[in-house]
Structures are given as C-alpha cells and as structure tokens.
Design a protein around this ligand. Structure first.
Ligand SMILES: *[C@@H]1O[C@H](CO)[C@@H](O)[C@H](O)[C@H]1NC(C)=O
Ligand SMILES: *[C@@H]1O[C@H](CO)[C@@H](O)[C@H](O)[C@H]1NC(C)=O
Ligand SMILES: *[C@@H]1O[C@H](CO)[C@@H](O)[C@H](O)[C@H]1NC(C)=O
Ligand SMILES: *[C@@H]1O[C@H](CO)[C@@H](O)[C@H](O)[C@H]1NC(C)=O
Ligand SMILES: *[C@@H]1O[C@H](CO)[C@@H](O)[C@H](O)[C@H]1NC(C)=O
Length: 493
C-alpha cells in the first residue's frame, strides 16, 4: 500500500505552501499594502435661521494639511425649524438634533467616535435672538450643548459666528474645494497655482447675506477687511454680512412695508405673489423679528389677508424700497451706506441664490437678459397654473417670484454686478461632491488643517518610487515561489 508516502508527500507540499505564505507576509508589510490609510472624521452643525443641518466630513489622517482632501460623507437635515425658533422651548432644540447625531454614530466607526471633533455654529437667526433676548439665546445654547454632550464625540462647543467669520469661512470652503489655494503639482510638490485667481463667495441665508472677495485695491473700511495667511500666501479680503437681508427676513420686511402702505385696511395686495394666491397671517407672526417694526396702531392679534397680484414691475419697485442705495460719504458702496469696492473676479453664489435659480433652471450661465425674461414670465403665472405645473413644490411655490426678484435686486443693485460681470457668477450648490457653505471652512480653521506656511514636499512617499519598490518585491517573490514549488514537487516524487 502506498497511501503513507502519499500522505507524507501531501504534508510536505502543504508545509511548503504555508512557509511560502509566511515568507511573503514577512517580506511585505501587509498593513501598508492592503489596508486603506486611516480615516478621520469631523462633525459640524450648521444652525441656520430656518433649519439646522449636520455635516459629516472625512479625510485621510496622514494627509490632513493638503487641499481637496476633506470630503463630505453626509449632510443630515434636522427636521423642524432653526434652533432660534425654540426660544420658548429650549429643550426642544436639543432633542431636535438627536436623529442626525444617531445617524452620524452609525457612519463613524465606534473606535473613532471619541476623537471626532464636533462643533455647532449658529448664524444670523441666533444673532437676532441674542439681540431680542440674550437669556433665551443662552438657554438654547445650553440645551443644544447638553444634547450633543450625551454622544461619545469630542464636542468642542457651540458658538455664534460673526458675520465676518461666516463670510470668510464660506470663501475658504469655495477656494479649498476648487484647489485655488494650493495644489499638488506634477512635480510632486505643493505649490500655489499660478494663473489661478481665487474666487469670491456670495451666500444668501434666511436671515443674512454675505459677500466676500479679493478686491485688488486697498480696503478703505477696516470693519470690512479680513486678512489670512494660508499655505504661505497672504490674502487680503473684503467681506460684509448684511443682517436682515437674508431671504426670509427680507421678504418679511417686504410684507411689513406693504402692510404699512395699506393701513388701516387689513387687506394687503402683494405684487410678488401670484395672481389668485391668498393667505391669512397674523400681525404677531409678521412682527416677530427685530428686522421689522410694528406700527404703533396695529394690535398684536390682527389677522391680515394677503392677496397676490402677480405684477413683477411693482414687485421689483417694492423690493428696491427695502434698500438705501445712497453711498453717503463712501466713494463706492454696497447698500445702506456700507463700503464695498467694485466686484472683481469669478464668484460662486450658493445657498439661497442657488436654490431659487435652480428651481427656475437658471444655473447654467444664462445671459442676464434671458434670466430677466424667465423671471418676468414666471412672475406673471397664475396660482392655479403654478399648482398644476409644480404639484410637489407647493410649500415655497408662491415665494419663488419674490425670491428671484429679491436675489436679482441684491446682486445687481446691491452688490453692483452688471450685464458684463453677471457672467462671472456661478450658481452652485456643491464642488467636489461637497456642499458649499461656511461649515467646511470653519472646521478646517478650528482643527488647524490649513497651515499658514507653504507645505513641504511629501517626504519618503513618492508614488513612483514606492510603486517601483512594490513591483520589485512582488516579482522577486513570484520567482522565489516558482523555484521553491518546483523543488518541493521534485522532492515529493
Ligand atoms: C500639518 O501641519 C502642522 C503645522 O504646520 C504640523 O504640525 C502637522 O504635523 C502637519 N500634519 C501632517 C499630517 O502633515
Ligand atoms: C427674556 O426671557 C426671559 C425668560 O426666558 C424672561 O424672563 C425675560 O423677561 C426676557 N427678557 C426680555 C427683555 O424680554
Ligand atoms: C441713506 O443712506 C445715506 C448714506 O448712508 C444716509 O445719509 C441717508 O440718510 C439714508 N436715507 C434713508 C432714507 O435712510
Ligand atoms: C425646469 O426644467 C424642467 C426640466 O426641463 C422642467 O420640468 C421645469 O418645468 C422647469 N422649471 C421651470 C420653473 O421652468
Ligand atoms: C483661523 O484660526 C486662527 C487661529 O488658529 C485665527 O487666527 C484665524 O483668524 C482664523 N481664521 C478665520 C478666517 O477666522
């Protein structure tokens, strides 16, 4: 019987194979070759005036100083209104954040949660609440902080951003994502891109709007000037945030102006609402914000009937009256006497600007004439016609005309874009699959992920050399493997 020699031969062959595998594992550092680089996560709550969203970012831990490295994993929208609406029910503000935090805990591996930097930044909605009643604002902050602190993350606090910070961080986000600050070149080192101008940022929120750009002339008013050194390059930027000129508050100011123009009647004709549209509002709801001032004669609990007249020319005239376009002592200005140098370079317009223009299919660089005529046509549509054409969009449908005319007035008469510079505005929601807003720039700044000095070339990690080394090792192993296998095979015969 020859089964015994066969078993011995099999055992020998198996030993050969295992020793070869062991050899491969000892030669090649398995971790380097087969495991992805370790990933870090960061969380930022954007507590806006109308709603809150939680952004979940990730990046490879070993490359955290480069640009174009941080990407967005998820944007979770908190259901319900912005945290400033919980002024009389602060615990509700905390509770509202939990479903998004739960979602983040499902995405971030358990072993990394404790080192995940987590921030909450609030903008103009909370600036207004703080102006109205700072005690209530503090209560809301205490409750949202308590809710976040219940999760196993590295919570680094809740804060109100200043208008200048909001504008600056939006600008950093845009330029970081487009890699206009620094780029990894073909020469395998980081360099400041030549012939690439940084882009300006135009943000339209619910309660404020921000404009930020590099003007190329000295900034005359230091309140509107910010200075950064990023990757070894100095940037001197103009930035300003107009409180109350976000779209929700601006449309509230418009309605209040129309109400005060029609007193003592309780009927309001609204030229920006579609013909055939009708709604009831109370004076208490209309005058609930520091952006509008109730006339002395109106009682708090009156009900007003608002009727649309669908008249874009009258709408435009009424919206113009919300602004003061006189520059006063300034040589050049935006509006309400705020200094602004002339706009310069390319701009990204995001948030409210994007949403309104996207709904109207106007985000593909159409000419100003085309934009104007599209808006005019849309504003003249009857309510019944609109509801029939857009059955899913009824919540904001009656407001798109006002928002479009408001955005155009702000860009053209407010920020002083004209028919020539119009084409430099790019209406965008995302770049590199990441939402554009202040949150990413805010996180990059607070985690020190943008160094002030130029980056060193990445040492000892040149991809071509590394690839060469790996191929050599693999070839050597394959050759060795064949040799050993032939030898084993020969021995067992
Ligand atoms: C990023 O830059 C900072 C300061 O310039 C430095 O201390 C840190 O080690 C850098 N991190 C990486 C991963 O290169
Ligand atoms: C602010 O709110 C607190 C309760 O949250 C209230 O006691 C106080 O009177 C309010 N202050 C003002 C100025 O309305
Ligand atoms: C408009 O702004 C100018 C300059 O800031 C100021 O002098 C003027 O009083 C303002 N007009 C109104 C109606 O507020
Ligand atoms: C935008 O374009 C889509 C698809 O072409 C169309 O269904 C929609 O009605 C357009 N929206 C407006 C406001 O014209
Ligand atoms: C970013 O953080 C640094 C401190 O680390 C600060 O000096 C700088 O002003 C911040 N940048 C912005 C835009 O706020």
């Amino acid at each position: 019987m020859d089964y015994k020699p066969k078993a011995v031969a099999g055992l020998l062959a198996a030993t050969c194979v295992f020793s070869i595998i062991a050899l491969i594992l000892s030669v090649v550092d398995v971790k380097v070759v087969f495991l992805p680089p370790s990933i870090k996560y960061g969380l930022v709550f954007d507590a806006g005036s109308t709603h809150t969203a939680l952004y979940i970012y990730r990046w490879p831990a070993d490359k955290e100083n480069g640009t174009g490295i941080v990407s967005q994993v998820e944007a979770c929208t908190v259901s319900g209104p912005g945290i400033s609406s919980y002024a009389d029910n602060a615990t509700g503000a905390g509770a509202s954040l939990k479903p998004c935090l739960d979602k983040a805990m499902e995405i971030i591996p358990v072993e990394q949660q404790r080192e995940t930097p987590t921030y909450l930044g609030a903008t103009a909605g909370m600036r207004l609440l703080r102006e109205q009643n700072s005690t209530k604002a503090e209560q809301v902050f205490a409750e949202v902080s308590k809710a976040i602190a219940e999760y196993p993350v590295d919570f680094r606090g809740a804060q109100v951003l200043t208008g200048n910070e909001e504008g600056s961080f939006g600008w950093i986000t845009v330029n970081y994502l487009l890699e206009t600050l620094v780029k990894f070149s073909f020469a395998e080192k980081w360099e400041h891109p030549r012939d690439t101008e940084v882009l300006g940022a135009l943000d339209l929120g619910g309660a404020s709007t921000q404009i930020t750009f590099q003007p190329g002339v000295p900034i005359e008013d230091k309140n509107t000037s910010v200075f950064f050194r990023l990757y070894g390059t100095n940037y001197s930027l103009y930035t300003h945030s107009y409180l109350c000129y976000g779209q929700t508050q601006a449309l509230k100011m418009l309605l209040a102006a129309l109400h005060q123009g029609s007193l003592p009647a309780q009927q309001i004709s609204h030229p920006c609402y579609p013909k055939g549209y009708r709604e009831n509002i109370t004076t208490a709801d209309l005058y609930d914000s520091p952006c509008v001032h109730a006339p002395g004669t109106a009682s708090r609990a009156q009900t007003l009937t608002v009727t649309g007249t669908g008249d874009p020319a009258a709408c435009s005239a009424a919206i113009q009256r919300l602004f003061n376009f006189s520059c006063g002592a300034n040589t050049t200005c935006g509006f309400n006497g705020v200094y602004q140098p002339p706009v310069r370079g390319q701009f990204f317009a995001f948030a409210g600007f994007y949403h309104t223009f996207h709904f109207l299919n106007l985000t593909s660089q159409q000419s100003l004439n085309h934009v104007n005529s599209t808006v005019q046509t849309f504003c003249k549509k009857n309510w019944s016609e609109l509801v029939e054409t857009f059955p899913q969009k009824t919540e904001y449908l009656h407001k798109y005309c006002s928002m479009a005319i408001y955005s155009l007035t702000l860009l053209l008469d407010g920020y002083k874009f004209n028919e020539h510079t119009w084409s430099s505005i790019h209406f965008s929601q995302q770049a590199a699959n990441t939402d554009i807003g202040w949150t990413l720039g805010f996180m990059l700044n607070l985690t020190n992920m943008i160094p002030t000095e130029a980056l060193e070339p990445i040492k000892g990690n040149q991809p071509s050399l590394w690839a060469g080394a790996i191929s050599f090792i693999v070839l050597a192993i394959v050759a060795g493997l064949v040799a050993i296998f032939l030898q084993c095979f020969w021995k067992t015969k």
